[in-house]
Design a protein around this ligand. Structure first.
Ligand code: BES
Ligand code: MN
Ligand code: ZN
Length: 511
């Protein structure tokens, strides 16, 4: 298997004119009257070359656009990439993140070895330098990412390493930028790790393989420990939901339990938070089988679990003063002679019984066991993340994930994290009206509701397994995949949730 691109990022206090680089990236707003000082100076040295694409109308600074200009011996860069930032009044941190991703994607495409980012200059003083550094670093990882580990016959070979730097002539400003860049690099790397794991197909990653990966991650960190419940232990613990969903596949199900603590052992007095992620390594629907069109997308049904795994990686590197559990129930949902069936009544880990009316509503069946486990460990906050319902995609499209929860502060903190991370979410209901639809006549619960409000009834089902904890649920169906490449990213897994969850935890630790 081939390696995915190796991205290194640093901050450097250097004047752009002395900055020897393959590509120098500067930003331009669509409505700004004049370029920032650096860009104006570049334009002068390049004899007006930066003005030209604007004058001809080829480049208007619109969001998602960029254009390459070639350097001369009066500047250190071989190329300058002008990155469109859209309207100035609409600019946020995500504008810088996406601009950086756009530049990184183009740098990889032209096989540049070094990329120097000066995008922040266009923003003036409007946004904090550390936050800008972080966003640009996250964007550099995001945009340069490409999944090609199984391509053996590439036509022209591809870049294996990219050196990125954030540059600013001002030493004090560079210091601020650097603080953010080092955090952004941790988060960006974790997100790329998530994308690679998620992109791997179901014949490569099954529940035992995912558990092995989690074990490997934990062995590499003093602050992480990993316990895996195999099938025997799941039987002994009576985790009926995970076992039922996993029963149709030759690959056995697992419950992966990662623990993070700042000094490697549970720290008293620090908040205890559980992240719970759905990791269905392939969702065929089971006996309630799915239509075949686009069924290959269902290799990404492990994305929630992988977002948790990668968040644990990021957290272990950032070292915040928190206790964090990462719980990843994993199974493969296949039809076979040993599969669970519609009509089955399953006794879950909590003791609650569930009437299975559709084997394709399997996410909630595995999550309920992990949620009840988290509740039993007395976690004050439980956040689950799952590609749970097509209904959430119908409701929100592919722009935002659904957010449900039972605590206003938790909801607010997640909304703040969404704003900071650029991974957007929308608050939806999951109260008693919806819970009522999940009652069964012959068991405690049924696993599907009526035809309507499927994202809300799914959340209302999960809500019954969390005890007294503060709880939030992220339905990331539709957010897990780019079906086509965008200006900011290659196609495939998005790694959605890694930035959001890591930012939530980092904000919480910062108080
Ligand atoms: N993994 C799917 C949800 C999904 C659909 C994710 C499309 C991403 C894209 C989930 O397990 C599922 O099949 N949900 C069913 C629930 C239904 C049977 C109540 C659905 O949404 O159709
Ligand atoms: Mn399903
Ligand atoms: Zn599923």
């Amino acid at each position: 298997m081939k390696d995915i691109i190796d991205v290194k990022i640093r901050t450097r206090a250097v004047d752009f004119s002395d900055c020897r680089t393959d590509v120098l990236a500067v930003g331009m707003f669509s409505d700004s009257k004049k370029p920032d000082k650096l860009t104006a100076e570049l334009n002068r040295r390049l004899g007006g070359a930066i003005d030209r694409p604007t004058k001809t109308g080829d480049f208007e600074g619109k969001e998602g656009t960029s254009t390459i200009i070639y350097g001369n011996d009066r500047i250190g860069a071989n190329r300058v990439i002008l990155v469109g930032l859209g309207e100035q009044k609409k600019a946020t941190l995500d504008t810088a993140r996406k601009g950086s991703a756009n530049a990184a994607k183009r740098a990889v495409a032209i096989k540049a070895k070094t990329l120097s980012l000066a995008l922040h200059r266009a923003f003036g003083r409007r946004l904090e330098a550390a936050a800008m550094g972080r966003a640009m670093a996250e964007g550099a990882y995001f945009g340069s990412y490409l999944y090609d580990e199984f391509v053996t016959e590439s036509e022209d070979g591809r870049l294996r390493a990219l050196k990125v730097e954030v540059i600013d002539a001002d030493v004090a400003k560079s210091k601020q930028l650097k603080k953010g860049v080092s955090i952004g690099a941790v988060i960006g790397r974790a997100q790329s790790y998530a994308r690679t794991l998620a992109n791997r197909p179901a014949n490569v990653i099954n529940p035992p393989a995912l558990a092995a990966e989690a074990g490997k991650l934990a062995r590499g960190s003093k602050r992480l420990s990993c316990t895996v419940f195999d099938k025997r232990q799941l039987v002994a613990k009576k985790m009926g939901g995970i076992l039922a969903v996993g029963s149709g596949s030759k690959s056995e199900p697992r419950l992966i339990i990662l623990k993070y603590s700042p000094a490697g052992k549970p720290a008293r007095g620090l908040p205890k938070i559980a992240l719970v992620g759905k990791a269905i390594t392939f969702d065929s629907g089971g006996i309630s089988i799915k239509p075949s069109a686009d069924m290959d997308h269902m290799k990404l049904d492990k994305s929630g679990g992988i977002a948790v795994l990668a968040t644990m990686k990021a957290v272990s590197e950032l070292g915040p003063p928190l206790n964090v559990y990462g719980l990843i129930p994993s199974a493969e949902n296949l039809p076979s002679g040993s599969s669970y069936r519609p009509g089955d009544i399953i006794t879950t880990f909590s003791g609650k019984t569930v009437e299975v009316l559709n084997t394709d509503a399997e996410g909630r069946m595995i999550l309920c066991d992990a949620l009840a486990y988290a509740a039993g460990r007395k976690c004050e906050v439980i956040i689950d993340i799952a590609t749970l319902t097509g209904a959430c995609m119908v409701a929100l499209g592919t722009h935002m994930a659904g957010l449900m929860g039972n605590d206003d502060d938790l909801v607010k903190n997640l909304q703040k994290a969404a704003e900071d991370s650029g991974e957007r979410i929308w608050h939806m209901p999951s109260g008693d009206e919806y819970a009522k639809e999940m009652k069964s006549k012959i068991a405690d619960l049924r696993n599907i509701g009526s035809r309507w409000g499927g994202a809300c009834t799914a959340a209302a089902f999960l809500r019954q397994f969390i005890g007294d904890a503060k709880w939030a649920h992220l339905d990331i169906a539709g957010m897990d995949i780019f079906t086509k490449a965008t200006e900011y990213s290659a196609e495939g897994s998005t790694g959605f949730g890694v930035r959001l969850l890591t930012t939530y935890l980092a904000n919480l630790a910062a108080g």
